[in-house]
Design a protein around this ligand. Structure first.
Ligand code: NAG
Ligand code: NAG
Ligand code: NAG
Ligand code: NAG
Ligand code: NAG
Ligand code: NAG
Ligand code: NAG
Ligand code: NAG
Length: 703
């Protein structure tokens, strides 16, 4: 029994839930918490408000309940004579509809042919301009010429004429105001204040029309009636005023720039709101973002629209699954159906389970498509195979070209030499990839390195470059022995240099002292290699990636510069990236010219000299743990003649000759690091200087 009752209760809750939530959604607050949101039947949304602290400054409304029905009064805070009665407020459009009681009239007195006139100066306290889109200046009468004049708006002056010679020559009941019984004229923007003037016309249209009227009124509100031409009918009928639309907006210091609020004192308090500038008068309005509705002027005022509950505005098929989310919704066909769910009338169609006629058609088309797909794949494979054959033939051609000049290794040979490119054979890794140590059958030790991927158009160029590099035969340059072309990315085979790099020598174990002589020798031999490559070959080759890690040392500490021609075998932008990788060596001039020159090598070489002198890395951590570029900090110290403090303590000595040598090397380094490439010495000049210093060193210290 209890069980059944519980079940009924449960059922009741389930049935009630949608009702409860609908109710909650319909009554979201429009006013500040604790403030009345209605005056009589008129809704008062914030920024409008009644009572202390309920409105934003300038939007105060007084609810006058002294009459039979409560009236919402605007501008009472300015002066009681400014009272304007509110009809309604629209928070989305920034419009307020109010009663305009100042209907101007001009009435003839038949007996003495005098006339009474009301000029009707109408002005609002400069807060809300009349809407130029929603209002028209209206005049009614049969011998009527009325003007609207605004002194503020460049003396704006506009009017209209209405004439009728007999009661049945008017536009007729419900007709448009085209000048027969009534006429209308547009008004300008920024109109806060206007006066009505009558043409001083003593003629009147016989006895049937004694009074003419003129008023600013909401467009489309007035429908002409013949009886309005008689007596004071129109005036009496609209004693309470006629509707006119005002444009309200937030007009304080905060400015709005198309959605971005420049002031944190924004009136758009809701998180899901934005602002936009108004076209009538300076100021801005707020609006809820798409998917939200409510009052953007209130904190938390914009509330997610539950689109699934208003399918008339947000279509979603009744047999689809509608899921509301914050600011959006999704509508999808359930499993087993297909179609466009964003349509209201059952657009998710069941996919047939059995192979009905329909199903067979679908299956047949699927099979058809699959067959075509397979054919396409076969065709692509054929084309690729053909291309590969062509490539192979092309390789044969280049193989021949290369084989005449250097050794071309097969892939198999290199695999055998490196134990299938085993990780244990990796002995170095740079920006370009891994370097493998290998052992050929004749016990020759080699180093294998990947070149860059070569594009077809550049293949010949590449091959020529490799041939050129292989012709370099210098004792201070790592020799390129050969190449393997059989793989997509060609491999370069070099002689193996056993004793590590200058980088390792300088930075690995700083407790091992290195003599000035050794350092001078490394600098000199490196310079010799660079000079040779820059100047003594048929065509100058730029190294492009000089750094201590690219200067190798042979068994007897003979220098072997490696990685020559990086600039020609690797594209320039890649180098800049790569050299960025080996930070601290990049010629700053390169960064904007994007061209690598001999001078760039000289700059990088300058950094290597500094490394030799200071045993600091090109980018090192200073005592505070901050990253410093060696070149920059050295140059700035040199400017105040404090650069000696950066030198390796092992080098410091009281010997006058040593001091002279160190001074001169520092000077060379400084010249190499000149910001302008053209100010730097050439490699030949550097070789000459270093050679002199080496000789001086050897003669005085008997090296
Ligand atoms: C505002 O709404 C909440 C719930 O939506 C309600 O509890 C509260 O009384 C409302 N406040 C006013 C002033 O209407
Ligand atoms: C405000 O104006 C818009 C556009 O004319 C209209 O869709 C909306 O219903 C109006 N809102 C109120 C509360 O009158
Ligand atoms: C003009 O005004 C006077 C005094 O206010 C009034 O007696 C007279 O009836 C008015 N005439 C017309 C035609 O309204
Ligand atoms: C209507 O006209 C009267 C007299 O010209 C003026 O005192 C009053 O301020 C006007 N009312 C409005 C709302 O402009
Ligand atoms: C105006 O209508 C009256 C009847 O209502 C008719 O007698 C008269 O001839 C009409 N006048 C004109 C100018 O059409
Ligand atoms: C407008 O600016 C003035 C001075 O810059 C400031 O005193 C005042 O509070 C500001 N008003 C608003 C509504 O931000
Ligand atoms: C509005 O956003 C702020 C910051 O993103 C957040 O702290 C606050 O809770 C949000 N308020 C509402 C009503 O969602
Ligand atoms: C709502 O979601 C749809 C698809 O999920 C997306 O295309 C659309 O931009 C979203 N709308 C908003 C306002 O986020």
């Amino acid at each position: 029994m209890a069980c059944v009752r519980q079940f009924l209760c449960f059922l009741l809750i389930i049935l009630m839930t949608p009702l409860l939530t609908t109710f909650a959604a319909a009554t979201s607050n429009i006013s500040l918490p604790g403030c009345p949101n209605k005056c009589g039947s008129i809704l008062i949304p914030y920024p409008f408000g009644m009572g202390n602290g309920c409105d934003r400054k300038g939007f105060e409304i007084t609810c006058d309940e002294s009459m039979t029905h409560p009236r919402a009064i605007l501008f009472r805070d300015v002066h009681p004579s400014m009272d304007v009665e509110l009809i309604n407020v629209n928070i989305t459009t920034g419009e307020a509809r109010v009663y305009n009681k100042n209907i101007s009239y001009k009435c003839f007195d038949v007996t003495n042919s005098n006339f009474n006139i009301s000029m009707g100066i109408t002005g609002l306290p400069w807060r809300f301009p009349f809407s130029y889109e929603q209002n028209k200046f209206l005049a009614i009468g049969c011998s009527t010429l009325a003007f609207i004049v605004s002194y503020r708006n460049d003396n704006y002056f506009s009017g209209c004429v209405s004439t009728c010679f007999s009661p049945n020559s008017t536009t007729g009941d419900g007709g448009s105001c085209n000048g027969m019984g009534c006429c209308q004229a547009a008004i300008p923007s920024d109109l806060y204040f206007y006066a009505v003037y009558w043409h001083d016309n003593p003629n009147y249209a016989g006895g049937f029309n004694l009074c003419s009227y003129a008023v600013l009124v909401e467009d489309d509100w007035y429908k002409f009636q013949d009886q309005d031409l008689q007596g004071l009918n129109f005036y009496k009928r609209n004693k309470n005023g006629v509707p006119v639309v005002l444009n309200w907006a937030i007009r304080d210091n905060g400015t709005c720039q198309d959605g971005l609020m420049k002031s944190h004192n924004t009136a758009c308090r809701s998180n899901h709101s934005f602002c936009y500038s108004t076209s009538n008068g300076k100021g801005y309005l707020c609006q809820c973002r798409q998917g939200y509705e409510g009052n953007p002027y209130l904190t938390g005022g914009c509330i997610d629209i539950d689109e699934c509950k208003s399918l008339d505005k947000y279509p979603c098929s009744s047999n689809a699954i509608c899921i509301n989310s914050d600011g959006n919704f999704t509508c999808s066909c359930p499993k087993g159906t297909y179609g466009n769910p964003y349509v209201n009338d059952g657009n998710c169609i069941k996919i047939p389970e059995k192979f009905s006629y329909h199903g067979r058609v679908v299956l047949a088309s699927i099979l058809g498509v699959a067959t075509i797909l397979i054919l396409v794949i076969l065709a692509v494979m054929y084309v690729q195979r053909k291309k590969r054959m062509e490539e192979k033939e092309e390789y044969q051609k280049y193989y021949q070209m290369m084989n005449d000049h250097l050794r071309v290794f097969s892939r198999k040979q290199l695999e055998n030499a490196t134990n299938n490119f085993n990780e244990t054979n990796v002995f170095g890794a740079g920006g370009q990839g891994k370097v493998y140590k290998g052992l050929l059958e004749n016990n020759l030790v080699i180093a294998i390195k990947k070149a860059r991927a070569v594009e077809e158009t550049q293949r010949e160029e590449f091959v020529n470059e490799i041939i050129l590099l292989s012709q370099i035969n210098h004792k201070n340059i790592v020799r390129l022995l050969g190449c393997c072309l059989e793989v997509n990315i060609p491999m370069l085979v070099y002689e193996f240099v056993p004793n590590g790099t200058v980088y390792q020598l300088l930075h690995r174990n700083k407790t091992i002292p290195i003599s000035l002589g050794t350092r001078l020798n490394i600098a000199w031999e490196s310079a010799v290699a660079l000079d040779y490559i820059h100047s003594s070959i048929s065509r100058s080759i730029i190294h492009g990636d000089i750094k201590s890690a690219n200067i190798l040392l042979d068994a007897d500490y003979t220098v072997k510069v490696s990685d020559f021609g990086a600039s020609s075998v690797v594209p320039v932008d890649e180098i800049i990236e790569l050299v960025h990788f080996s930070q601290g060596y990049l010629d700053p001039e390169c960064l904007y010219t994007q061209i690598i020159t001999n001078n760039s090598d000289v700059y990088s070489f300058g950094v290597v000299i500094l490394e030799l002198l200071t045993r600091k890395e090109a980018v090192y951590l200073d005592k505070k743990g901050e990253k410093q570029a060696l070149a920059t900090s050295f140059l700035s110290k040199a400017r105040t003649n404090e650069h000696h403090k950066m030198l390796d303590v092992d080098l410091l000595s009281n010997n006058g000759k040593v001091i002279e040598i160190l001074d001169k090397i520092c000077a060379i380094a400084s010249q190499c690091l000149s910001p302008k490439g053209d100010d730097r010495p050439t490699m030949s000049q550097i070789v000459e200087e270093l050679q002199k210093l080496a000789r001086l060193h050897n003669s005085t210290l008997g090296f």
